[in-house]
Design a protein around this ligand. Sequence first.
Ligand code: E4P
Length: 218
Amino acid sequence: MKFFLDTANVEEIKRINDLGLVDGITTNPTLISKEGKDFETVIKEICSIVDGPVSAEVIALDYEGMVEEARQVAKWADNIVVKIPMTEAGLKAVNTLSQEGIKTNVTLIFSVAQGLLAAKAGATYISPFIGRIDDMGEDGMELIADLRMVLDNYALDAEIIAASIRHIGHFEATALAGADIATVPGSLFPKLWSHPLTDKGIDGFLKDWEAFQNKQNK
Ligand code: E4P
């Protein structure tokens, strides 16, 4: 499973990218606005740091506006993926953009029907939002597993990005359900690699080593 970061924070991206773990970045207008910098500046900076795909979302909601914006944004860097909302106009835009060779990520997917249509329209990526589905009292993970089956059944090329990941359980279940990619908020990353028993284990080994050294030096 590929590992994307779901953030527009350049410092966070640099730090985690230096570990060699980051396969790509997803952003959205909420994440960009938190950075207090111009959209183009932030996206270009992220694209220069990360080799993999960087998703940047259009603001327009009409077909012409989305296509126009997508064409501009796609020029900012070679690794741009244009994020398009899952609407009727969005599907039409994805169809046009895929024919022009512009990569797209259809966002705000909440059902199998939406995912299937986006994949058929030519989306490079589809983003089911599992955390927001769980918030409604439903099971977001079921959607990932169902979409995996549907894309495989019909040999559709779109890759599934498990989005709206809120905790370790989401991350692990996403891998088990067969998502191609998990996009993880930077704030969740330390919780993925850390474990209290690892800390306790390191502590125990060091204490035993220290005791051994003291004994030898006597
Ligand atoms: C990813 O592409 C989405 O923008 C993001 O995962 C949304 O997460 P949220 O539901 O926590 O806002």
